[in-house]
Design a binder for this molecule. Sequence first.
Ligand code: FAD
Ligand code: NDP
Length: 314
Amino acid sequence: QQASKPKVAVSPLVLEDVEEPPLNLYKPKGPYTATILSVDRLVGPKAPGETCHIVIDHGGNVPYWEGQSYGVIPPGENPKKPGTPNNVRLYSIASTRYGDFFDGKTASLCVRRAVYYDPETGEEDPSKKGVCSNFLCDSKPGDKIQITGPSGKIMLLPEDDPNATHIMIATGTGVAPFRGYLRRMFMENVPTFKFGGLAWLFLGVANTDSLLYDDEFTKYLQEYPDNFRYDRALSREQKNQSGGKMYVQDKIEEYSDEVFKLLDNGAHIYFCGLKGMMPGIQDTLKRVAEQRGENWEEKLSQLKKNKQWHVEMT
Ligand code: FAD
Ligand code: NDP
């Protein structure tokens, strides 16, 4: 499919030459001091909670591959071990190895601000808010940030077959690694990576205002209708067939025949986000498999054996 708009050239191409992904170049005892370039709210006013897109300048010193994570050490003391620094928190990188400016010097994160509501009063208790996500969402351009990593091999994009199918299932900020994949596939012009397969994103968020990177994804849909599919599950706006909340697993069920056929033909399937989504998804896939006269446990172990099954969530 011919794109209506030329892809963006990237540099430096040396980032394609390495055969193994970079791993743990910076550790918690010797983190890299990077600089915040920008912090932008990603969601609209009716989204429950806040999610920010944060661009970090690493000067080309902390290279990473799509699907990896950075660690962030928030300033201050570890409350559980006074006198020692805060623990590292991991964040999936939401950009490609070239970063949002295509120069290999930045990494972007998609961070949900963790807030705490008292279960008895229902009131927000600021004294118990999440340390690192609030530090990140409150940071300003020019602020320094201690990072570690990159880490993670589970969510690396297999690049051996440029015509492969990639089915991506995300809840909320779990979309981060997939934004990186999709920019690599549809936005950047990398001479050694010419994507001609199918990428299918299922994204679950609360409502329209909570959608993340929707403008980018919608653009790919217009420019690459044969190579990209995008399905959204808006849990607090749409209902599933039984009248319950519309979750990603309900969308998968809607398209289960196609999803199963693609998996049978070697598609990769990725899950990222809330770990609570996994039991519901497994139940759905098992039910569909049974309806098709297949044994889900056998199918799952085959998918794992073939390295088609990729799961990372918290
Ligand atoms: P913490 O300070 O660690 O607190 C954790 C929670 O406990 C908060 O909700 C806080 O409100 C609550 N809390 C604090 N005090 C109390 C108390 N006294 N009693 C009860 N509760 C309390 N997150 C993202 O947003 N984007 C990502 O891309 C992302 N990627 C990840 C990738 C990986 C591989 C992993 C493992 C995690 C990822 N996370 C991501 C989650 C992230 O690492 C953090 O766990 C998250 O941001 C919360 O960290 P925090 O420091 O803000 O909260
Ligand atoms: P939200 O809490 O906003 O949830 C996103 C959507 O998932 C909402 O529509 C929510 O519906 C829905 N949802 C809730 N429970 C289920 C369920 N059991 N099955 C299916 N869908 C469900 O997402 P956040 O952005 O706040 O959180 C994302 C999570 O992903 C965080 O825990 C973060 O740590 C993790 N994460 C992990 C990564 C990794 O491991 N690499 C990367 C990025 C994020 P409703 O609220 O209406 O019930």
